[in-house]
Design a protein around this ligand. Structure first.
Ligand code: TRP
Length: 426
């Protein structure tokens, strides 16, 4: 081991026993605490990188023991779904997976599965980065024609943040409005917040207990880095995020059927699902499949991710066009050169340029994106011009979202959150 060897108690510890190939099995590590640590930190509570290009995702795949989404998988995906892959997949924004092949086989055979994703409601308004798993989930739901359950972990945020139970429940409901505004199909989508749903659905609590019975304190310490002075709520919480990956948590949707589950999420959530995949077969369930996204960069650059608690790092869905323009112009980290002359001569670096990264996420036209990349790299396109294009691309997306959210009534929220069967080919 090298000089950058550090002692971690957390997620990284798991990778020593788990860092095999992608076929990998999801052992829950115990007691292993010293690992070689790359400079990147990725766990559910912290994402940072030492370089402007951000986290080294190939290394992360190795560390986590997941699999790369490669050309062959994308080709199979397109063949089975009969449509081109979403630009998030083609551009490597969703770059890693576990068992996606099994899900494609189910689709091929016309067998059922469902999708599960979630959000921890820590702020009133979502920001652009929060949209990524939901945009992907919506597209996948439409592509596969399957039900989707969305967990709002207000319990998690109460435990981790300075939030009361009441405040967290309110945030859940506000966040549900943003999610609904994205246009999920009401017939096929169930949204629930743990602090309410746990009381009205005994099946959730029963599965939480089943999962908790399978995991020791040593194991969650190894996976999440909990310590002796952490509150006990944190130690038990991972089972609450695991339970929705077991279909019997939703008897009103799936009855007693043990249905496969696909989870699109940012890769920092993987530790929860490594634990889930370890436990599921012991409870007689298939392991959940996963699709992992990379992180949406902070305006200040890809060393950290966009964060709701850093006002100037994020473009919020409630920002005005003027705020969006000012934030991008003032804060978006530039891969351009210091003077126009130098920029014209040597060109800019789109890989570290946040305005370009915004386009990579949100400019759907592949041809135009490539033109921008080439002309910025050559120095033909200047930073100011690139930022202008980013502003022109993002602003209408945020405006459209705001208009859609205005139409989301309290009654509509109740409908999405109502315990009911979903349309589902059994
Ligand atoms: N823990 C997640 C967060 O803080 C929320 C979450 C719950 C989630 N279940 C999930 C995210 C499933 C992705 C998939 O945002």
């Amino acid at each position: 081991m090298s000089a950058n060897e550090v002692v971690t108690e957390g997620v990284e510890a798991l990778t020593l026993t788990n860092g095999k190939d992608g076929s990998g099995d999801d052992m829950v590590a115990t007691g292993v605490e010293v690992v070689v640590q790359d400079d990147d930190i990725v766990n559910p509570w912290s994402v940072t990188s030492s370089t402007d290009a951000g986290v080294d995702y190939d290394k992360l795949i190795k560390r986590f023991g997941s699999s790369k989404i490669d050309e062959e998988l994308i080709a199979r995906f397109e063949k089975i779904t009969g449509k081109p892959a979403h630009h998030f997949i083609k551009r490597g924004i969703f770059f890693s997976h576990r068992d996606l092949h099994s899900i494609l086989t189910l689709k091929e055979q016309g067998k059922p599965f469902y999708m599960y994703t979630g959000r921890g409601p820590s702020s009133e308004s979502l920001h652009l980065g929060h949209l990524i798993p939901f945009i992907m989930s919506k597209w996948l739901q439409e592509t596969f024609d399957v039900p989707l359950v969305i967990q709002l972990t207000d319990d998690e945020k109460t435990l981790w943040k300075d939030l009361t139970v009441e405040a967290a429940i309110k945030l859940s409901r506000e966040n549900a409005k943003d999610i609904i505004a994205m246009g999920f199909d009401l017939d096929k989508t169930f949204i629930f917040n743990n602090l309410n749903f746990m009381g009205s659905c005994p099946a959730l609590y029963q599965n939480v207990i089943r999962v908790q019975k399978c995991v020791t304190f040593n194991q969650v310490k190894g996976i999440f880095g909990f310590g002796d002075s952490d509150i006990i709520g944190k130690i038990g919480f991972p089972a609450v995020q695991a339970a929705p990956a077991l279909s019997s948590t939703f008897p009103f949707i799936f009855g007693k059927n043990k249905v496969h589950c696909l989870i699109p999420c940012a890769i920092d959530q993987d530790p929860y699902f490594r634990m889930t995949r370890d436990v599921a077969p012991r409870l007689g369930y298939p392991k959940c499949a996963l699709l992992h996204s990379s992180f949406f960069p902070a305006l200040q650059g890809a060393k950290s991710k966009m964060s709701g608690s850093e006002q100037n790092s994020a473009i919020f869905l409630i920002d005005t066009p003027k705020q969006i323009k000012n934030k991008i112009n003032k804060y978006a980290f530039s891969g351009g050169r210091t003077t126009i002359e130098e920029h014209r001569t040597y060109g800019g670096n789109p890989d570290i340029d946040v305005a370009f990264q915004l386009l990579k996420f949100f400019l759907e036209d592949d041809v135009q994106l490539e033109q921008v990349r080439v002309s910025y790299s050559k120095g033909e396109l200047l930073t100011g011009e690139l930022k202008k294009l980013a502003i022109e691309t993002i602003t209408p997306i945020v405006e459209r979202h705001q208009a859609a959210r205005k139409l989301v009534t309290e009654e509509l929220v109740d409908k999405y959150m109502e315990i009911r069967p979903l349309k589902f080919a059994k």
